[in-house]
Ligand binder design. Structure first.
Ligand SMILES: [Zn+2]
Length: 102
């Protein structure tokens, strides 16, 4: 087995049997020496702000509106969760927060 760490390749000779433990160690070795190569997180999953938006029907109730890095919003109210999230629409809480944050 020839390990080329600069090219991050392993050359196995024909018929060579490699233990899974060795393979795991190799993977760890290769991942350890390339810091900062983690893929950029998907901007649609990165929350950049959270807002509390009050429920109109129940004033003790507050919903959490989240703003994501790609500038889409989600809300945890039933209207959004059940209806809007499917068609990418905005509930009134998101609309309120959206205009407040502009
Ligand atoms: Zn909402």
């Amino acid at each position: 087995m020839i390990i080329d760490t600069s090219k991050k390749t392993v050359k196995f000779s024909e018929g060579e049997v490699v233990d899974l433990g060795v393979l795991t160690a190799l993977v760890a070795l290769f991942s350890d020496d390339q810091p900062g190569t983690d893929p950029e997180p998907d901007p649609s999953t990165v929350v950049i702000a959270e807002y509390a938006s009050q429920s109109d029907s129940e004033h003790r109730k507050w919903y959490t509106v989240k703003q994501f890095k790609d500038n889409h919003f989600t809300c945890d109210c039933p209207d959004y969760v059940i209806r809007r999230s499917k068609d990418g629409g905005k509930c009134k809480h998101i609309i309120r927060v959206h205009y407040r944050s502009l």
